[in-house]
Design a protein around this ligand. Structure first.
Ligand code: FES
Length: 163
């Protein structure tokens, strides 16, 4: 195991202890520091917590905030739950795929964008909703999606969401 990976795992285990109850938090924090989780991460967490690899893997695959493959510089998480869907989500889904030129689940070839789905993020009142990195954007229209993407393309990041 490489030194960086050992250091990342030591940090999160130090934070939560080798506590099986904290598996989701451990994986989430590890994902945040590493960018995505590799087989080595999962094996190591399983070993340190005394859990079967299959259990750690299934938890890591279940949560949309945890990634098992490298992601782009900016990660879009689009809410695909029913309230957002009935508020016009399908149109936004199509717009995102068209604007970025990739289907959901993929990363653009230049490594700038990953397009993922998420379940409800608690902002149903302003659906359709998406997150770009840590910012939440609501009341989306195709025009608004274009403006948001342009802001990230022009400035690399934005200051605050526009819910
Ligand atoms: S259903 Fe989309 S934020 Fe709740």
């Amino acid at each position: 195991m490489d030194e960086l990976l050992t250091q990342q795992i030591d940090e999160v285990i130090h934070r939560y202890g080798a506590n099986q109850e904290a598996l989701v938090e451990i994986l989430r924090d590890l994902n945040q520091s590493a960018g995505h989780l590799t087989r080595d991460h999962l094996d190591s967490v399983a070993l340190r917590l005394g859990l079967p690899h299959s259990q750690v893997y299934s938890v890591a695959s279940f949560y949309s905030m945890i990634s098992l493959k490298p992601l782009g510089k900016h990660v879009i998480r689009f809410c695909e739950d029913a309230p957002c869907h009935v508020a016009g989500g399908r149109q936004i889904w199509d717009t995102l795929e068209r604007e970025l030129g990739i289907p959901f689940g993929e990363t653009t070839p230049d490594g700038e964008w990953s397009l993922l789905t998420t379940s409800c993020i608690g902002a149903c009142a302003v659906g359709p909703v998406m997150m770009v990195d840590d910012e939440i954007y609501g009341n989306l229209t195709p025009e608004k999606v274009g403006e948001i993407l342009a802001r990230y393309r022009d400035y690399g990041e934005t200051e605050g969401g526009i819910v």
